[in-house]
Every structure is written in C-alpha cells, then in structure tokens.
Design a binder for this molecule. Structure first.
Ligand SMILES: N[C@@H]1[C@@H](O)[C@H](O)[C@@H](COP(=O)(O)O)O[C@@H]1O
Length: 260
C-alpha cells in the first residue's frame, strides 16, 4: 500500500494523473466511481482535462460503488444523479456507459447479482476511486461487513446517517436507512484502488486503514491485502499516522516517471 501525504489539490492531480494515464493507454478502461465529497476535486480536474486537453472517456465505462435504496429517480442525492452531475455529464462517456446498483429495483437481491455480473462482463474495474467514512467504511460496507462480501443490501449505521445528513438538509430523518453497495470482495477485485481522504475527521479511519489490524470492525483495512492500493491523504487526515515520516520520505524520493 502506498501512502501519499500532500495538499488536497495535489492529491486530486495525482489521482487524475493515474486516471489519465490509464485512459490514454487503454481507452476502453473500466473506472470505478465514488460519491461523497472526497473525489470531487478529482472530478473537477478530469472535467478540466477533458475540456482543455482533450482527455476522452468516449470508449470508457464506469461502475458506481453504491446507491441508496428507495430514493426517487429524480432525487438530487440519489447517487446515480450525483455522479451524473459531478462527473458523467462533464465529460464524454457514451450513453449507458456509467452504471450503478439499482436502488429502485423491485427485487433488490437480483439487482445486486446482476450488477456483479455486469462488472464481470465488462472485464472488471481497472481503477477504483474510493473515499472512506469516519467509521472506516468504504463504499457502504459498514463495520461488521464480511471481508468477502459482494454487492448486497446493507443497513446504514447511525454514524453514517449522521455524517450524510448534510446532504439531506441536515435532517437525519431524510437519510435512507438502506443501500446497495459493492462488497469488499467486489472492490478488492479492481486492479488498482485509489482512496482519497482529507480532514481531521478521517484521521483515525486513515490510521486504521493503513496501520491497524485487518478487521471487519474497520472494513477499509481489507485494502492492506490489495497488491496495488494507493492512499492519498492531506496533513490533517494523516495526523495520526505512525509512519508518516516514512511515507513522506518515500514519496519525496520517488522518481517522476513512476506513477501511482
Ligand atoms: N457511500 C459513501 C462513500 O463511498 C464515501 O466514501 C463516504 C465518505 O464521504 P465523504 O467523501 O463525503 O467524506 O461517504 C459515503 O458514505
């Protein structure tokens, strides 16, 4: 696992560099898109590179990590709509190229299985962007999630509903209780994981993710088992890292040609 500590703008550039390198060398790459505030600067950077540098996603495909169950199709916080607004509509994905779990399906377990199948049929995810919850969740794999889980229905914790109330007029009662989420094993199947975390509120989760024992209590710790995982954090999110000095030194002495 590579940990990079840098200001948020630089982190976004680094993540965008990795995505650009992938898409330019493999135009039909499969990206994994995350919601939440953590990837927003990356999406801004990709949109900028699309407009100014001709970075094209026309042949690429993308799969979202998760979705709330039951939010109406036109609800602004439905993750499908969030992803449309924050990235899909700002670049040139082909119609239908961005998919997410169907939180409005009549038969949710079947929708979850179909989603897993769609990812497999697309050849798997090349690069998965991730954020992390303050309780150590990735996608919506809350503490206690099976480390071998696949896309399924999950119940959100009180903590996550409180954290996400800011997107629902600060009214926790408006935050759904259930979601569909890629499982930890689904995420682990992606070929490169790039997680972004900023702010002091993420410091403990980032410490556990990189330096804690692998445990369902901190689901993101499963990333320690991934052969190509990159963790991009700012100073505040890195404030509890035991090995911060080593991570800084490693990145400072990294040759320019070596990407993430
Ligand atoms: N399901 C999403 C996660 O994918 C995201 O990583 C997390 C952190 O969000 P933020 O980046 O806004 O802190 O929030 C939500 O719960």
């Amino acid at each position: 696992m590579e940990v990079v500590i840098a200001p948020a703008e630089e982190l976004a550039r680094l993540a965008a560099d990795a995505i650009e390198k992938l898409v330019r060398s493999k135009p039909d790459a499969v990206l994994g898109l995350a919601t939440g505030s953590s990837p927003l600067k990356v999406y801004d950077e990709l949109a900028r590179r699309h407009t100014e540098d001709g970075l094209s996603f026309a042949a690429a495909r993308a799969f979202m990590l998760d979705e709330y169950v039951g939010l109406p199709a036109d609800h602004p916080e439905r993750y499908r709509n969030v992803i449309e607004k924050e990235i899909a509509s700002r670049v040139d994905f082909a119609p239908g190229a961005v998919q997410g779990p169907d939180g409005l399906a009549d038969d949710l377990p079947t929708a979850c299985a179909a989603y897993e199948q769609a990812i497999v049929e697309a050849g798997g995810v090349d690069l998965q962007i991730l954020g992390i919850g303050t309780d150590g969740h990735i996608a919506f794999n809350e503490p206690g999630s099976s480390l071998a889980s696949r896309t399924r229905i999950k119940t959100l914790t009180q903590q996550t509903r409180e954290d996400n109330a800011r997107f629902f007029e600060d009214d926790i009662d408006k935050v759904p209780h259930h979601c569909l989420t890629q499982g930890l094993a689904t995420i682990m199947s992606a070929r490169h994981l790039v997680l972004l975390a900023t702010g002091k509120g993420k410091a403990e989760a980032v410490h556990q993710l990189t330096e804690g024992a692998v445990s369902a209590l901190w689901p993101a710790t499963i990333m320690q088992m991934h052969p190509h995982a990159t963790v991009l954090v700012d100073d505040a999110a890195a404030s509890r890292l035991q090995l911060a000095g080593y991570y800084r030194q490693t990145f400072a002495s990294k040759p320019d040609w070596q990407g993430l």
